[in-house]
Design a protein around this ligand. Sequence first.
Ligand SMILES: Cc1cc2nc3c(=O)[nH]c(=O)nc-3n(C[C@H](O)[C@H](O)[C@H](O)COP(=O)(O)OP(=O)(O)OC[C@H]3O[C@@H](n4cnc5c(N)ncnc54)[C@H](O)[C@@H]3O)c2cc1C
Length: 400
Amino acid sequence: MDITRPLKNKNILISGAGVAGPALAYWLHRHGFAPTVLERAAALRDGGYAVDFRGEAHLTVLDRMGVLADVRREQTHMGVMWYVDGTGRRIASMPADVYSGDLEILRGDLVRILHAKTADRVEYVFDDSITSIAEEEDGVRVTFERSAPRRFDLVVGADGVHSNVRALAFGPERRFLREMGLHCAIFTTPNLLGLDRTGHIHNTPGRAVAVYSARRNTEARAMFYFTSPVPDHDRHDTGLQRKILAEAFAGAGWETSRLLEAMWEAPDFYFDSIGQVHVDGWSRGRTVLLGDAACCASPLSGMGTGLAMVGAYVLAGELAAAAGDHRVGFARYEEAMRGYARGCQRSADGVGAWMVPGNRFMTWFVHRSHRLLPYMPGKGLIARNIRKTANAITLKDYGL
Ligand SMILES: Cc1cc2nc3c(=O)[nH]c(=O)nc-3n(C[C@H](O)[C@H](O)[C@H](O)COP(=O)(O)OP(=O)(O)OC[C@H]3O[C@@H](n4cnc5c(N)ncnc54)[C@H](O)[C@@H]3O)c2cc1C
């Protein structure tokens, strides 16, 4: 692709230094734009569990960014996840070759790699948030909670499932967020169970608690999913969320109480409802959405991170191919990504009922199915379908 015309709209504000924001900043900078990344947290938010990259498209983007070797170095090399009963006895397994991607890395390690790749060439502003976005004829005037107002040419909302940019420029969250009837919590604990590159999951009706070793068994990640309703509360009140979680898992048996005890010390407690984002058009004038803010597929899809990274590559590439003309670039980005994103979102269909069986029969059925899975002729089909969804996009070469 020949991109030789002078660029317009070089000055771009990206809200969110998670996965999508720094990845976009990298590509915009390489195409000759001048991105600024704004993050509400005071430092990088490096919590979260392992995320997967699957198939050609994901790996190609990592490779073209020059981070494939870094990601490989930090990959989890996770083995089998075991279902255990109340006594800790292993009753069935979730084979890694069926569910895992080609490359699995802790979300926090990925966030750090992406930040390190961009920190010396991109302006990062931490501990701040946009309060208003006013579109003017040839730019956007943005005000902030802390910093002085600034003008940018374009604004990108890469600020996650509860995107602030989306709320300011597109409308209230309830119009776009489709809840899936589950909540989850994830946090770091010591490797209390002495797990060796493996994990254990324990189900009771409507609840799943899992723990798996991380960082070469030096620590672990505890993960809780549950179906019971959660009262309306301030999403930033992690003290209250810890209490909600402790109540939801009271009496859940197995090692749950030890993990809940460790929760109070966890430095990176993450709690959220599980949902998807469906927005009709991903741009409004000079503002555009990316990653979870545009099309969150939910953690149940196992696709969110790859989708965010591919989206960043395509958005920057299409903007550059249109010489910075946002009308053309934004439209082509959405055209290239929408069907792909929809496919990723569909891969979450029905997963919740498997992950968190609602009653005793379903729990038995899930364990039984996993016991039989290695002998089933369709075993490879699940892995093939996941890979097909992840690969359902042809990446253009944007001339770098
Ligand atoms: C702490 C954390 C833990 C996570 N853990 C998991 C996990 O275990 N499993 C999983 O599948 N997904 C997890 N996710 C979501 C996952 O990272 C995304 O689905 C995916 O990687 C897409 O990335 P994203 O950049 O679009 O969104 P995110 O990775 O969510 O990044 C969004 C970023 O925007 C920032 N932000 C939010 N509001 C504002 C604001 N007002 N102004 C500026 N910045 C703002 C956030 O602090 C965050 O850094 C987690 C997200 C976070 C923030």
